[in-house]
Design a protein around this ligand. Structure first.
Ligand code: CDP
Ligand code: MG
Length: 145
């Protein structure tokens, strides 16, 4: 069994897509271990997105991610890879049909770039097992392993 972290970003929360998005992962057999609605601090976001701090889009990303989000941990076989496949490509305008970003996404990287803001792509999903472990520790520090 493997675990991964999903965050429904502020655009998903605002558009009331939380239940629909959670179901996408559950219907693939992944189990929600814990879930909470919260606002992330700048410090948490800097740790979470440590690989992106300093990049040209980071400030916009931090601003975008500072509104209410829904974070949850999924458990299942190959949870990290499965969840990434269900999530889809970073740019919603290029994400495959059948993925969360492809089906519910209305933004594009090009538009976001022009407007100097973060790409609004509904969800974060951990990229690797190592990232998942780090991220679960950050967002759910009290969770039993
Ligand atoms: O989320 P994912 O792993 O697919 O993409 P990433 O390359 O790790 O980037 C993290 C997040 O930063 C993305 O999901 C976007 O919300 C945002 N981003 C952005 O706003 N502009 C970019 N040029 C690249 C990423
Ligand atoms: Mg990433």
């Amino acid at each position: 069994m493997e675990r991964t972290l999903i965050i429904i970003k502020p655009d998903g929360v605002r558009r009331k897509l939380v239940d629909k998005i959670v179901q996408r992962y559950e219907r693939a057999g992944l189990k929600v271990i814990t879930l909470k609605k919260m606002k992330a601090t700048p410090q948490l976001l800097k740790k979470h997105y440590s690989a992106h701090v300093g990049k040209e889009f980071y400030k916009a990303l931090e601003k975008f991610m500072s509104s209410e989000v829904v974070a949850f941990v999924l458990e299942g076989n190959n949870a990290v890879k499965q969840a990434r496949a269900i999530t889809g490509a970073t740019d919603p305008s290029k994400a495959e049909r059948g993925t969360v970003r492809g089906d519910f996404g209305i933004d594009s990287a090009e538009k976001a770039d022009k407007e100097k803001r973060a790409i609004e792509n509904l969800v974060h999903a951990s990229g690797t097992k190592e990232e998942a472990e780090k991220e679960i520790g950050l967002w759910f520090p009290g969770l039993k392993k």
